[in-house]
Design a protein around this ligand. Structure first.
Ligand SMILES: Cc1ncc(COP(=O)(O)O)c(C=O)c1O
Ligand SMILES: N[C@@H](CCCC[NH3+])C(=O)O
Length: 468
């Protein structure tokens, strides 16, 4: 136990071992210590595509997508209902990934014109696309209607009026769902909790007197000739492990469906329970198996619908992180290594700072949410003693940390490759050009072959928007 490391970080028995749950299923480590994915060694990928590099296992992505699709379908079949899975594209989207999502039979959750554009380019059937967003522009709504998007998840009364006006101008009926603030307090970082009252998303269900925003929106949508109200949606937040938030949220949505039936005589047919299922970044994180998530959701939906004498609606969920997060690791090359004294005097504790060739521009999550990651030496095995280390980036900020706490072999040096697992979600998607660093490439690996699916930015890209 080191006073400068958190309790969950124990000195590893074997500093070369991979923790299995953080990696794609086809990642392995050879006797020589080389990390490989689907049979391809990391060093070969680094040579061919450069570093930093996002390495994504296609087979693992497809497997996780199918797991969600089939497990939710089975669990809801048991209660006589259908369940669909919409992959949350905000976590990571490019044309090729949209094609995989389509071919595995999932829907796609988008939240901007740009994400819809990627879906369109991939030939994704618009009927299986959902459009989210708390401030959709008129152009985005028009695109959704013109493309024939299957559901526009409406976030405010203002937006509902805008959708109606644009639908009327086009002479069409817009399929809408209402995103509700179920008032649930999610146990996650404040910036990614999304169902309590004091945040920007959704229609409030609270009212002191008269109708709540949510009830008002439902009344307007039901009364409009140009809106078809499909159902309701709530998203509790992201990186959540506690089942209670999901369950309370589902119960409140179903109570709302009953109130709408009682007030308007209409039984809405769709219920979207959102995404937010957490993954393991460190041993502190304890994700529940997908089967458990699906069974728990089906149980609560069956119970609450029975309590309100409602027919069970079609259910959908929107996982992003839980599908793509563990499929990907980031490969970095180590550069400068520095020992920093944490305690004075001979034998006082030291933290080793290992700088890599990327940082907060390819993974801002540690800076934004205090997120923790793990790391492993990926290009060789080492017999050196583990040393308490911090992997940092190359940006001009002391907060530019990639892995806050890790034990790395004591002989890690410039030129070694380091792999940071579970970087598939909200890393490339949140990447930036801070300090004029080009965004890394994303390479998909399957059956011993590697394919570039997003190319690395070039110096020309960096100058392209600068008028000069
Ligand atoms: C409406 C909605 N659905 C789905 C997601 C996906 O969340 P996650 O990647 O945590 O599953 C998000 C992001 O939190 C969201 O805002
Ligand atoms: N970007 C956040 C998740 C946001 C979820 C989108 N609503 C993260 O990395 O944890």
């Amino acid at each position: 136990m080191n006073a400068h490391a958190p309790a969950w970080l124990t000195v590893p028995d074997d500093v070369n071992a991979l923790r299995p749950d953080e990696w794609a299923a086809d990642v392995a480590r050879s006797a020589a210590g080389e990390v490989s994915v689907a049979g391809l060694p990391a060093a070969e990928l680094a040579r061919e595509f450069g570093t930093p590099l996002f390495v994504l296992s296609e087979e693992d992505f497809r497997r996780r997508a199918r797991l969600f699709r089939d497990t939710f379908a089975e669990a809801f079949k048991r209660i006589g209902a259908e369940a669909e899975v919409y992959y949350a594209g905000k976590s990571f989207l490019c044309t090729e990934v949209a094609r995989w999502v389509e071919s595995e039979g999932l829907g796609l959750d988008t939240c901007s014109a740009g994400e819809m554009l990627v879906a369109r380019r991939a030939g994704f059937p618009a009927a299986r696309v959902a459009l989210h967003g708390n401030n959709k522009s008129a152009a985005e709504i028009a695109r959704a209607l013109d493309d024939g998007v299957g559901r526009i998840v409406s976030d405010s009364l203002d937006e509902l009026s805008l959708v109606e006006r644009i639908a009327r101008e086009r002479g069409v009926v817009a399929p809408v769902m209402l995103r509700l603030k179920t008032g649930v307090q999610a146990h996650t970082h404040e910036s990614i909790a999304t169902a309590h009252e004091d945040q920007k998303f959704g229609l409030s269900m609270a009212s002191d007197e008269g109708r709540s925003e949510a009830h008002e929106a439902a009344a307007r949508a039901i009364a409009s000739e140009h809106l078809e109200l499909l159902g309701v949606h709530a998203h509790v937040g992201s990186q959540i492990f506690e089942p209670t938030g999901f369950e309370q949220s589902a119960a409140r949505l179903i109570a709302f469906l009953a109130e709408i039936r009682d007030e308007h005589g209409v039984e809405l047919s769709e219920l979207d329970l959102g995404g937010g299922h957490g993954i393991a970044y460190t041993p502190e994180d304890t994700p529940r198996p997908v089967a458990e998530l699906a069974e728990a959701s089906a149980d609560v939906v069956a119970r609450e619908c029975a309590a309100h004498s409602l027919a069970v609606p079609s259910v959908s969920v929107e996982p992003g992180r839980a599908i793509v997060g563990p499929t990907t690791f980031t490969l970095y090359e180590a550069g400068t290594v520095k020992d920093v004294r944490l305690e004075s005097g001979a034998g006082g504790a030291v933290r080793r700072y290992v700088a890599v060739d990327g940082g907060m521009s390819d993974n801002p999550r540690p800076v934004l949410y205090g997120a923790d990651y793990s790391v492993t030496l990926a290009s060789r095995t080492s017999a050196a003693e583990p040393v308490l280390s911090r992997v940092v980036g190359k940006h001009c900020e002391s907060g530019d940390i990639v892995v806050r706490y890790a034990y790395l072999p004591g002989d890690v040096a410039a030129g070694d490759l380091l792999a940071v697992p579970a970087t598939g979600a909200y890393c490339w998607a949140l990447s930036s050009n801070y300090n004029y660093l080009p965004r890394p490439a994303v390479v998909a690996v399957r059956g011993g072959e590697a394919r570039l699916i997003v190319r690395r930015e070039t110096e020309d890209d960096l100058l392209a928007r600068d008028i000069g």
